[in-house]
Design a binder for this molecule. Structure first.
Ligand code: GKR
Ligand code: MG
Length: 419
């Protein structure tokens, strides 16, 4: 292990990247051909490098660049001090604690990766040790088009998943997910078609995969009344219903009449939301996400809070690559009360990963906890350079599912709730 001097942070390199994403539909529109992430390389004085991955976009990039200035010279083991200093630097311009959380979290993961490399121990050991050797993930099913349509002189871009716009298409996509990755539970991203069509898709999945857990997430596309209706219709079919309607108050109203547990990654997204959510009995399942709850250690703490209040735990995902998947796997492995398989977008994006292949593989729907030091994954510098060039040349600087949908269907209107 290095001397104390060697554990100081010399530099934090933040690199924005763009990578391919299929035309996945949701309640806000459709995924654009390119998704954005930011890769962190935290370089210590002894040359050790810790990796991190954050959602992309100009605002998040600027905040990480500000954080990079703050952490230089700090000890990599002082993650609480680093988070406090970054939070204080952002506070004057970023009032939302949730938004500041995206920045502190990404830096904490890079610190833990570096710590693990210094100690020669996997990150799961730094979180108290793994309680499982592999982590179960759910197949994340989306309604989708067969291809990104031709636009702005660009040819149409297809993929090897095909179209899924009805129950049969969703069942076929689920079969492909199971064949390719072995998933044994399924989540359907809803809020795209009228509720009865999405209920029919869930029933078709239940028939095709008897006994395998199912969940549905319309990202607040429904009113309280519609949410109650869907919950009644899918009683006994879903393990939980995720974010059917907006706000803690709205979810609490649905709970009063819902035979199904309600889950969220939308109305409880910061520490100050937990108290009202518990007081109002708004949710039964929390989808945690280390990318904004403050990092891996805070996620472990969040799990303890959920245990105290009888909330079940699942895990949220956005479009992401392998550094995030490794971090999700380590923390999920270290949480005893992980009650449901974790979400992941990885199958949709893994072809453009920035890590050297071979460590993160789905077997029977599970990812084995990487055994190497730190996160256990290695950066592919060639891939990072290529995806950074794609970012620079593409000009894409933020996610805009609604704007992209409108360019293809100008009559599209964003309405939440829609039904
Ligand atoms: O990728 O379209 C998507 C999802 O809707 C994502 O944006 C959500 O953050 O997956 C997420 C969710 O569970 O709500
Ligand atoms: Mg969700």
């Amino acid at each position: 292990m290095s001397t104390t001097g060697g554990t100081r942070i010399r530099e934090l390199i933040v690199t924005p990247i763009a990578f391919r994403d299929p035309p996945l539909l949701n309640s806000n529109g459709v995924h654009e051909p390119l998704a954005l992430r930011i890769i962190l390389q935290l370089v210590l004085e002894d040359g050790t490098v810790g990796l991190g991955e954050s959602p992309g976009g100009t605002a998040r990039l600027e905040r990480l660049e500000a954080a990079a200035k703050v952490v230089v010279g700090m000890d990599v083991f002082d993650t609480t001090a680093a988070a406090t200093a970054i939070d204080a630097a952002l506070l004057p311009t970023v009032p939302s604690s949730h938004e500041r959380g995206w920045t502190t979290s990404a830096v904490e993961v890079a610190c833990l990766d570096a710590q693990g490399k210094l100690l020669g121990r996997p990150v799961s050991d730094l979180l108290g040790g793994k309680v499982r050797d592999s982590v179960p993930f759910a197949a994340y099913l989306f309604y989708k088009w067969a291809e990104h349509p031709a636009l702005d002189g660009r040819a149409a871009v297809g993929d090897d998943w095909g179209e899924a716009l009805d129950p049969a298409g969703i069942v076929e996509q689920a079969r492909l997910m199971q064949q390719r990755y072995g998933f044994r539970s399924f989540k359907l991203k809803g809020g795209v078609f009228p509720p009865d069509e999405e209920i029919a898709a869930i029933r078709a999945l239940a028939e095709a995969f008897p006994g395998q857990p199912l969940r549905l997430d319309p990202n607040t596309a429904w009113t309280v009344e519609t949410s109650k209706y869907v919950a009644r219709e899918l009683d006994g079919v879903l393990e939980y219903l995720e974010d059917p309607t907006r706000s803690i108050e709205g979810m609490a109203q649905v709970v009063e009449d819902s035979p199904l547990p309600l889950a969220t990654n939308m109305c409880v997204i910061a520490w100050e939301h937990l108290k009202p959510a518990v007081e109002q009995n708004a949710i039964q399942v929390l989808l945690t996400d280390h990318h904004y709850w403050g990092g891996l250690r805070r996620t472990r703490e969040l799990a303890a809070v959920c245990e105290a209040f009888g909330l079940a735990l699942s895990m949220h995902s956005n479009s992401h690559l392998g550094i995030s998947l490794a971090a999700m796997t380590h923390v999920a492995a270290a949480i005893p009360n992980l009650d449901h398989s974790c979400d992941t977008h990885y199958p949709w994006n893994s072809a453009d990963d920035v890590i050297v292949p071979g460590v993160l593989e789905f077997r029977d729907g599970e990812v084995a906890v990487p055994a190497g030091p730190g996160l256990g994954v290695e950066l592919d510098h060639g891939a990072l350079d290529r995806l950074h060039r794609l970012y620079v040349e593409s000009g894409v600087r933020s996610r805009d599912d609604t704007g992209y949908m409108r360019r293809i269907h100008p009559e599209y209107e964003l309405r939440l709730p829609r039904w």
